[in-house]
Design a protein around this ligand. Structure first.
Ligand SMILES: [Fe+2]
Ligand SMILES: [Fe+2]
Length: 135
């Protein structure tokens, strides 16, 4: 069983975003597996870097769509993305100083935040964007 599983509960209905969420889930699983299998620093850092970059790319995709179609809750949504990005930045800074390492706790934070954000916040834009995008 993978660390994080995709489920219908995570579907927003906006295909581009759903595809990106699936990719995020698989990147989280790859990182978790690399950690669990005791892969070297290089492999783990590469997987972590890929996940962080892809998350940033995904947030930009959502924010661009919300902005383009005048989504009324854009500002609050953006704040959640910023919170997550700041948390990651804090973690990476501490990690670079050798104060922390990647752990199950950190992985659980990533997973739980993502599930909560998709189900509670991303899904709200689903009906709005689908209507505006005409699909
Ligand atoms: Fe989002
Ligand atoms: Fe999202």
């Amino acid at each position: 069983m993978p660390f994080m599983e995709w489920s219908e509960k995570l579907v927003t209905g906006v295909k581009e975003c759903d595809d990106q969420h699936k990719k995020l889930v698989s990147l989280i699983n790859e990182l978790y597996d690399a950690m669990k299998q005791g892969k070297g620093k290089e492999v783990i850092d590469k997987a972590l870097d890929e996940l962080v970059k892809y998350a940033g790319y995904h947030f930009t995709t959502e924010e661009t769509l919300m902005s383009k179609y005048g989504y009324p809750e854009l500002a609050a949504h953006k704040r959640e993305h910023e919170y997550f990005k700041n948390k990651i930045k804090e973690f990476l800074d501490k990690k670079a100083k050798g104060e922390v390492t990647l752990s199950v706790e950190v992985m659980s934070f990533l997973k739980d935040w993502l599930i909560k954000h998709i189900m509670g916040t991303d899904k709200k834009y689903g009906p709005f964007l689908k209507e505006k995008m005409g699909k």
